[in-house]
Design a protein around this ligand. Structure first.
Ligand code: AMP
Ligand code: GLY
Length: 423
């Protein structure tokens, strides 16, 4: 089988390494991939958002199966375009991808179908938004409607900060058209849990739960990033919480999308907060999370390709989806300065990783066969072990074997999860 994976980050590297375990995967192409992915797939210089280029490549190479991993091409209709050519593809079509591409759509969906989420109001005019903020509870959360590279969310601790966010999104158009309309919502308190799930629109199978670390600095301080590390499973996601999520959130969401004529097939990501009143949704993503995938897939014992094909063909209930009874920790190594400005082109040196440890490359390019940094998040190091404490220790031991100028990583990935485990 010839397989094509659209995307070029750590998440795609993890997906490719898992797909490659199936002997049916005779060739894997990554569009565009990166310097690290090049060890596991043939990288093709086509951008993930170049839908025409992707489709032409798929046709020319007679691709048998495609996996579209990032949000942008999904929202742009990459799966629709591939299906139109008769190429099977993993991921939601454009109509279903709107669950992530429009926060207003997803908030209205949850309200209509009684799915627990933060209380909210939608605004199309800055004046009305600013008026509302005069009396809203603080902290308050301001979200741009559209995709904004994960940066369209502001948690405002003061009224001034909230007003500034409205000005920058709606008037200065910091996120372009994504911020023409905004959602202002209640701030939820409680531990966050990410649950990725496979669904074919009938069956929904949650994967092992995980926890992201979004802030740049230790102690959850500093700016929001794409994610500085993850652990799985997430100790806050108890069996009781999982049962409630299935009944109150997962199944109702799948049914709601069906009722709207937007059947979702692919990986549906539930971003949850476990509040005092139970689990609530803070966001849906129409794709695998990054860096959640880098801890979830290494724990998958079943065959990823087989599961993905079953999702596409609507027979997910027929295949096993089993996760190891182990723990995983991923520590992201970033370029110093990220998520602000940072240097590129620094040479990366790497020792040999221990068994049960994998490196997923995100922002690195090959220059004359030398691996050099090319992005903010450079790579993630994932270790799998019987306990969370051992997985964390192993990941940090292996991180020490990687070096490049101004490399930076958080030293407390998994610390809160360990504390939660002890309580
Ligand atoms: P998002 O881009 O929707 O993933 O939001 C980014 C981050 O903002 C989330 O992971 C949460 O940490 C935080 N967040 C978003 N919405 C809320 C909310 N209503 N209450 C508390 N935190 C939130
Ligand atoms: N790690 C959060 C995301 O993928 O959106």
């Amino acid at each position: 089988m010839k397989i094509m994976v659209v995307g070029g980050g750590g998440r795609e590297h993890a997906i490719i390494k898992s797909l490659a375990k199936n002997p049916k995967a005779e060739a894997i192409y990554a569009l565009p991939g990166n310097g690290g992915i090049a060890s596991d797939a043939e990288c093709v210089d086509i951008k993930a958002t170049d839908i025409e280029g992707i489709v032409e490549f798929a046709k020319a190479k007679a691709i048998d199966y495609a996996v579209v991993a990032p949000d942008d091409p999904l929202a742009m209709g990459a799966v629709d375009a591939l299906n139109a050519l008769g190429i099977r593809a993993f991921g939601p079509d454009k109509k279903a991808a709107v669950i992530e591409a429009s926060k207003i759509f997803s908030k209205n969906l949850m309200k209509k179908y009684g799915i627990p989420t933060a209380a909210y109001e939608v605004f199309e005019e800055p004046k009305a938004a600013l008026e509302y903020l005069k009396t809203s509870p603080i902290p308050v959360v301001i979200k741009a409607d559209g995709l904004a590279l994960g940066k369209g969310v502001v948690i405002a601790e003061t009224r001034e900060e909230a007003e500034a966010a409205v000005h920058s999104m709606m008037e200065d158009r910091k996120f372009g058209d994504s911020g023409t309309k905004i959602v202002i919502e209640e701030f939820l308190t409680g531990p966050e849990v990410s649950v990725l799930s496979f669904t074919d629109g009938r069956t929904v199978v949650p994967m092992v739960s995980s926890q992201d670390h979004k802030r740049a600095l230790d102690g959850d301080k500093g700016l929001n990033t794409g994610g500085m590390g993850t652990v799985a499973p997430n100790p806050y996601y108890t069996e009781e919480v999982a049962e409630r999520c299935m009944k109150e959130i997962f199944l109702p969401t799948i049914e709601a999308m069906n009722a709207e004529g937007r059947t979702f097939r692919g990986c549906l990501y539930f971003g949850l907060v476990i509040t005092a009143d139970g689990p609530k949704v803070i966001e849906y993503n129409c794709r695998f999370g990054d860096p959640e995938t880098q801890v979830v897939l290494p724990l998958l014992e079943s065959d990823l390709l087989e599961i993905m094909e079953a999702v596409t063909d609507g027979r997910l209930s027929e295949v096993p989806v089993k996760f190891a009874d182990k723990c995983a920790c991923c520590v992201v190594i970033a370029s110093g300065g990220y998520p602000g400005s940072y240097e590129k082109g620094c040479e990366i040196t790497m020792g040999e990783m221990d068994e049960n440890t994998e490196v997923f490359v995100a922002g690195a390019a090959l220059q004359d066969d030398v691996l050099k940094t090319s992005g903010g998040r450079v790579m993630g190091v994932t270790s799998v072990a019987p306990t969370l404490a051992e997985a964390i220790d192993a990941a940090y031991e292996n991180v020490k074997k990687i070096s490049f100028e101004k490399a930076y990583y958080r030293t407390d990935i998994g610390k809160r999860a360990l504390e939660a485990e002890r309580n």
